[in-house]
Design a binder for this molecule. Structure first.
Ligand code: ATP
Ligand code: MG
Length: 593
């Protein structure tokens, strides 16, 4: 296959750009399948048109990101061809009772945030399936006239029962042989609002004994006296997915209609509807074709809008944008970047085999993205007071550290050394374990722990103070005045430990939210498991921490590597100067398991 069309999707990582969908597209390009098409105005159409068609009934999640990167990525890569490539944004809004403008807005936001848009050659390709209601209705009438659709007046239960199952063929409806004129009159009355919900449906007349149950006279219209968020009360009948989707694709001249594997059984129906309308003269070839790929399943989380909605409605999380949620708004708030998500989608690739991707792959993509650009900072998450006994109380000493070890152009951050410092409680042990090279008190003639305070001085522990519960409340040390980092004599001190610290009187307090997986089970909704049984009660820990002085002016959404801890982001909703709130996005290494 040619790789000329495959351009990088904007990451600095090598990637395997070939996948079976590219091979299909390349094959179509070689055969000229979708070349030389023109739109209604006679203008040439791109040879590759994809679409991303979410239903606005919830917030997009990381699984949708895979579909977005795939559809928009293909369009962008093939747009280098003379014949072009574009990807439509389509809201599949045909179910009035579950949909809402709130969801529409959040979906459009999420796609843009991921770095994609639907502009092609100066034209916006944003579509709503509800804009096709009139067309869809007209096409249904045409199918009725051609004897390919009928109004069924069985109850929903009867329809369900007579559909049969895998082992038994279905039974024809007693209304199946209504003449077209009667069907047409009934369908018109359905539209006119003369019937109550559930009294009639419109079905395709295919084959009630078809081995594929999807093909057993599928229902394509039902009566729903419901207000629609865009069309208001204009309609009381609504088309179903299998009818709407293929026709929307054809109306938009989509060439490659890419969806997840659960729609594989629906593909014959997709083709049946479009071929029937082609025979009736509604569409000309070449028709769009459906291709399926494996959906993303990510360990320790769920990617189903319905189940995510349940978590929100039952208040098991703090809303759609809870940083533990796999929604785009959630992972964004957690500190994931669009670059890291695109990188993740490139790394996992596209295949036809269902599998689970380990959460660590997503986390690693974020580390790889942030490592090269996130400024470094010091944070003490579990503070313990260290007092430098031989350092005068009224003295200060300026120290500095690079903002980023590989980007000297980002400059330095400055802070002061002093007598009272915060260190991590974990950097001190009363009875040091073997191989612990940090701070511990002297004992039985053996000197106390000696180490370097990063970007500062070498110190040696000389004692500690315990409270009545034998908890350490203060640690004491002496410093070596000629050991300051960056000075010539500092090399005379060879120490194994190196810890971070913050002078107490210039430490900036901050709330830090530490997150863990939302579920304790790697596959919380596989098989017949109930995902609610596996919610991790310890998925969120809120602590009070101290940050180095330069962090006092930090703005929402700014990202840092807190040295020795991981990557953190100033919470986009709650953080402000004077009242800082940070989310841990990901630790420095994969420590889970
Ligand atoms: P859910 O089951 O979570 O409600 P959905 O498939 O109903 O998801 P849609 O809004 O209809 O959600 O999906 C829009 C597009 O995103 C579809 O093409 C769908 O196949 C794709 N998609 C949804 N979930 C995933 C996933 N986990 N991995 C990859 N693509 C997905
Ligand atoms: Mg769906």
């Amino acid at each position: 296959m040619s790789s000329d069309n495959a351009k990088s999707t904007g990451s600095n990582q090598p990637s395997e750009l070939s996948n079976f969908l590219r091979q299909i597209i390349d094959h179509d390009l070689a055969k000229g399948t979708y070349l030389s098409r023109v739109d209604q105005a006679g203008k040439p159409l791109p040879a590759v048109i994809t679409r991303f068609p979410p239903e606005p009934n919830g917030y997009l999640h990381i699984g949708h990101a895979k579909s977005i990167c795939l559809n928009y990525g293909l369009a962008r890569d093939y747009n280098t061809l003379a014949s072009g490539g574009r990807c439509h944004m389509r809201l599949d809004d045909t179910n009035p009772t579950k949909e809402d403008v709130e969801y529409v807005d959040s979906i459009l936001d999420a796609v843009r945030w991921l770095g994609f848009d639907w502009n092609h050659g100066g034209q916006e390709h944003l579509y709503y399936a509800s804009d096709y209601f009139e067309n869809l209705y007209k096409f249904a009438e045409i199918l009725i006239e051609h004897g390919k659709a009928y109004v069924d007046s069985q109850s929903a239960d009867e329809i369900h029962m007579n559909r049969g199952n895998f082992a038994t063929p279905g039974k024809n409806s007693p209304y199946r042989d209504r003449p077209p004129s009667e069907n047409l009159a009934l369908f018109q009355k359905m539209r006119a609002g003369e019937f109550v919900d559930g009294s009639h449906v419109l079905r395709l007349k295919i084959d009630m004994t078809h081995p594929n149950i999807v093909m057993r006279d599928p229902v394509i219209y039902r009566i729903r006296h419901a207000h629609h968020h865009r069309t208001g009360d204009q309609w009381c009948i609504y088309p179903l997915y299998d009818f709407t989707h293929c026709i929307s694709d054809a109306l938009e001249n989509v060439s490659h209609s890419i969806c997840t594997l659960e729609f594989e059984n629906n593909r014959p129906l997709y083709d049946w509807v479009l071929n029937a309308l082609k025979e009736a003269g509604v569409f000309k070839g070449p028709l769009p074709r459906q291709y399926e790929f494996a959906r993303l399943n990510l360990t320790y989380t769920i990617t189903s809008k319905r189940k995510l909605l349940q978590l929100v409605e039952e208040k098991r999380v703090d809303g759609w944008d809870d940083p533990r949620m796999p929604t785009i708004v959630g992972i964004r708030r957690r500190g994931y970047t669009p670059e890291s998500i695109r990188l993740f989608c490139e790394r996992i690739g596209v295949s036809k085999a269902d599998s689970w991707i380990d959460m660590s792959v997503l986390e690693q993509a974020l580390r790889d993205d942030l490592d090269v650009r996130a400024p470094r900072a010091t944070a003490v998450l579990k503070p313990l007071k260290l007092i430098i006994q031989n350092y005068p109380e009224d003295q200060k000493e300026l120290c500095s550290a690079p903002r980023h070890p590989h980007h000297p152009e980002l400059g330095k951050r400055e802070f002061h050394f002093g007598r009272e410092l915060w260190i991590e409680a974990d950097d001190f042990q009363t009875n040091p374990a073997k191989g612990f090279f940090r701070l511990f008190p002297p004992k039985d003639g053996i000197a106390g722990g000696r180490l370097r305070l990063r970007h500062g001085f070498v110190i040696e522990c000389i004692g500690m103070k315990l409270d009545t519960n034998n908890q350490v409340v203060e640690v004491y040390a002496n410093y070596f005045p000629d050991s300051k980092s960056g000075t010539p004599d500092s090399n005379n001190y060879k120490v194994k430990g190196n810890i971070h610290w913050i002078r107490t009187d210039e430490a900036v307090p901050a709330e830090v939210r530490l997150y863990d997986h939302l579920f304790t089970d790697a596959h919380p909704d596989s098989g017949d498991k109930n995902f609610l049984d596996f919610i991790n009660p310890q998925s969120k820990d809120v602590i009070q921490a101290y940050l180095e002085p330069c962090m006092s002016t930090c703005k929402a959404d700014e990202q840092f590597q807190f040295e020795r801890h991981g990557y953190f982001v100033a919470d986009r909703i709650d953080s402000r100067p004077g009242q800082l709130v940070f989310n841990r996005s990901v630790g420095l290494k994969d420590s889970w398991k």
